[in-house]
Design a protein around this ligand. Structure first.
Ligand SMILES: [Zn+2]
Length: 273
């Protein structure tokens, strides 16, 4: 599943692809994404000025002169830029045709992604407006997580994976940042000190930034390859995620696995308290 780092790199790649060019055509090949693509609205992209492209959580926002396109990659989506004569891949659902003989294609086998047009400011759209803290945009992430946690009695792992609190902390990043900050994932969110949250905030940012840096490699490919330009998924060096039964790299004790909030969670009961 594309996580915040993949979306961030996709956003950068899209910004690059759309620089100094304009969209001259839109081709909806399959409108059945999470919400049906409204072709007549998506056509607002044609010959419009693209003001900026940014990211909010795992949504990519393409701000146009009037309105914006809101993109989400769902469970399996990716965006690629291709020469216009490259054949379609299976599951290419939406294509934006550029005036420089390139096309941008949204591919999504499982079709949980979306391409939604809004006439209003995207920040006010119902998909966006209730999103929580943008972790890489604030310098005091841990302190904020601490203050929001005081009246919330839930496992800290669920708490940091709640996108109304903080966006972009998927299962891998939650498991890894909790390990790195020595916090047991099942510990109640309102029973963790501010100091520990401060550490957790630092580790969440680190683990996301490391993945984005790894994605830099993918971005170079995306930018310079002639054939297929597609942002891949990043494989990060992990301490606990997916490692149940293996020895903890810090203390040697066996990594445990349990289901928390319906998600497989991995931790070291010695290093994480
Ligand atoms: Zn350990």
């Amino acid at each position: 599943m594309p996580e915040l780092p993949e979306v961030e790199v996709t956003k950068k790649a899209l910004s690059f692809a759309l620089r100094d060019t304009s969209i001259i055509g839109v081709n909806v090949r399959n409108k059945k994404l999470r919400w049906p693509i409204e072709e007549n609205k998506i056509k607002n992209l044609i010959h419009t000025d693209i003001k900026k492209i940014d990211r909010r959580g795992k949504y990519i926002l393409v701000h146009c002169e009037e309105g914006a396109l809101i993109l989400h990659l769902g469970m399996s989506g990716s965006i690629g830029v291709f020469d216009e004569n490259i054949k379609y891949h299976k599951h290419d659902h939406l294509e934006l045709i550029l005036n420089n003989k390139k096309v941008i294609r949204l591919n999504d086998p499982r079709r949980f992604g979306c391409a939604v047009w809004t006439d209003k400011k995207p920040e006010e759209h119902k998909l966006i407006r209730n999103l929580g803290i943008e972790p890489l945009e604030v310098s005091d992430l841990g302190e904020r997580l601490y203050s929001l946690s005081r009246n919330r009695n839930t496992a800290v792992k669920n708490y940091i994976m709640n996108s109304n609190i903080v966006v972009g902390v998927g299962n891998i990043y939650a498991s890894e940042s909790l390990f790195r900050s020595g916090i047991n994932p099942i510990r109640s969110s309102n029973r963790i000190s501010e100091d520990r949250y401060t550490r957790l905030g630092v580790e969440i940012k680190k683990v996301l930034n490391e993945a984005i840096e790894m994605g830099g490699t993918t971005l170079r490919d995306f930018t310079y390859y002639n054939e297929v330009r597609q942002v891949g998924y990043f494989k990060q060096k992990l301490f606990v995620y997916g490692k149940s039964g293996e020895d903890c790299r810090k203390c040697g004790q066996e990594i445990r696995e349990r289901v928390i909030g319906g998600r497989n969670s991995f931790y070291c009961s010695k290093c994480q308290t």
